[in-house]
Design a protein around this ligand. Structure first.
Ligand SMILES: Cc1ncc(COP(=O)(O)O)c(C=O)c1O
Length: 508
């Protein structure tokens, strides 16, 4: 009785926020744009607003007040502004000062189908789901009855080629951290020729000494980002701020190809650059084996995101996969940022066109839960070897089932390809128009980026664009990254391009 009352109230209040909010706030749009971008036919996203609406500069007074208040409790140096998530809808994030911004950063690329999607609100309001939200289990020991079915309907229904097993985790770093452990355990069992540790293994591991804690390594790439926990951080090489003062491992770091864009125009130069990097990878694997720290696994992002949206060709990844095989290293593809559809395929590595692309694929962000897919041989033989209290959150799998339904029903990957083309073509046009400011436009689907002449100008452009109602993110030294939700349509691209053009015009 109490639960049905609660769910009715929840459902009513969510509907009120959703639909009354729509009626009251949908009419105004950004002003002052010079319309250079063609108007695209507006395909209706019912619950979306129809444009940005700005009342103050961002952060506004209420955000500043709250930042001060929170600053008394914790570090707020990274806080941009405070949000009103009840009023946010579709592609638009509303802040506490009533500013409504077209969100092309989507909570660091982690919102799959926009804010307050009706399909997800409906799921929340369903009384049958309440216990999943209220009772968070220790999944590794006490999973709920529907857990295997929900994993099958959600994560396994989009499993990368060759993968039949998946382990959920809480976040991206923790997914990678545990994936590395799985690779080390697999490698040691391979070295031993069996799964049974010796007495010496068991005693030395307790005091952090070899052979129980073996001198194995993970090869990563300069510019890569795999998270901020100690092991993941050892493979992160994007910005010093992430790593400073934290002890790390002596693990090999290979150069990631520094390609020229558009890729089709520089095929020869890029192939040479990729060959150079691949050669270095093999050299490092051999060198680290000679040092007594063999490479158990190679970890790589399909597009280096945090490190500056650096792309490589399918040929590079195919060759790297072969090098991993040749030297007996596991091949781990980190799809935490690229996974979930924004490149136009559900997994970015699908663009490589390989039957057997990886041994491990990690994910988080748009998949709502963290975790990693893995080949059967990478399963540790005992419980508790890959383990923590929560091991993910089964309520996220319920949401993911709905997200995948929406992606399929609304053919969102096709939409992403279409709107991504419009976005990238617009960026090409703008970089021709502003050659002193913009360069190296690049992208796959809506997973796009462009470079700005220097970091100071980039940061100013980001703030000015935000004050005009579009939220973007930076990455690398001087890139702007575009990470919209999967609901981003061509007309959203045009709204952005017009506002962006307006900001850039001030620099001419
Ligand atoms: C490729 C990649 N791997 C790992 C991570 C770490 O994920 P989290 O921030 O959830 O720990 C990120 C986060 O941005 C990422 O982009």
């Amino acid at each position: 009785m109490a639960s049905s009352l609660f769910s009715r109230q929840l459902s009513l209040s969510l509907q009120k926020n959703l639909w009354l909010g729509a009626a009251g706030k949908s009419s105004s749009s950004n002003t002052g744009c010079r319309y250079v971008s063609k108007a695209a036919p507006k395909t209706q996203v019912e619950y979306d607003y129809d444009g940005p609406s700005m009342k103050t500069s961002v952060p506004g007074p209420r955000s500043k007040e709250l930042t001060k208040q929170l600053g008394e409790i914790q570090n707020v140096a990274a806080v941009n502004f405070f949000c009103n998530y009840e009023e946010s809808r579709g592609n638009y994030l509303v802040d506490v000062d009533g500013n409504r911004m077209l969100d092309i950063y989507s909570q660091i690329s982690s919102i799959p189908i926009g804010y307050n999607h009706p399909a997800l609100l409906k799921l929340m309001a369903n009384p049958n789901n309440l216990s999943a939200f209220v009772n968070r289990p220790a999944l590794g020991i006490l999973p709920p009855e529907n857990f295997p079915d929900k994993l099958t309907e959600s994560l396994l229904s989009v499993a990368p080629s060759g993968m039949t097993r998946v382990q959920t985790m809480a976040c991206g770093s923790c997914s990678n951290e545990n994936a590395y452990k799985a690779m080390f355990i697999w490698y040691r069992n391979k070295e031993r020729g069996h799964n049974t540790p010796s007495d010496e293994d068991l005693s030395t591991c307790m005091i952090n000494k070899s052979p129980g804690c073996p001198d194995l390594s993970i090869l990563s790439f300069m510019g890569g980002f795999h998270g901020r926990t100690i092991g993941a951080l050892a493979t992160t090489h994007s910005k010093a701020i992430h790593k400073l003062d934290v002890p790390s491992f002596d693990w090999p770091i290979a150069p990631f190809p520094r390609l020229q864009y558009p890729l089709e125009e520089f095929a020869k130069e890029n192939a040479q650059e990729e060959a150079r990097c691949l050669e270095e990878v093999e050299d490092l694997i051999i060198k680290w084996r000679q040092k007594g720290k063999p490479v158990a696994g190679i970890v790589i992002e399909p597009i280096q995101a945090e490190g500056g949206d650096n792309h490589a060709t399918p040929n590079f990844f195919k060759s790297l996969r072969n090098i991993a095989r040749k030297h007996g290293c596991a091949f781990h593809v980190d799809e935490v940022q690229t996974g979930g559809g924004s490149t136009g395929k559900f997994w970015a590595h699908e663009h490589w066109g390989m039957e057997d692309p990886a041994d491990i694929v990690s994910f988080s962000k748009k998949l709502l839960t963290g975790g990693f897919y893995y080949k059967a041989e990478l399963q540790a033989e005992k419980g508790y070897r890959i383990f923590n209290t929560w091991m993910g959150d089964p309520s996220k799998n319920l949401f993911l089932v709905e997200v995948l339904n929406v992606i399929r029903r609304e053919r969102l990957l096709e939409e992403v390809t279409r709107s991504g083309k419009t976005l990238l073509n617009g960026l090409y046009e703008l970089q021709t128009q502003y050659p002193g400011i913009l360069s190296r436009a690049r992208g796959q689907g809506t997973f796009c980026a462009i470079d700005v002449c220097d970091d100071e100008t980039r940061d100013k452009i980001l703030l000015k664009t935000r004050d005009k109602g579009v939220l973007l993110g930076g990455c690398g030294d001087r890139s702007i990254r575009f990470r919209p939700t999967l609901l981003f349509k061509e007309y959203h691209a045009h709204i952005f391009l017009n506002i962006f053009n307006d900001v850039l015009a001030q620099y001419k």
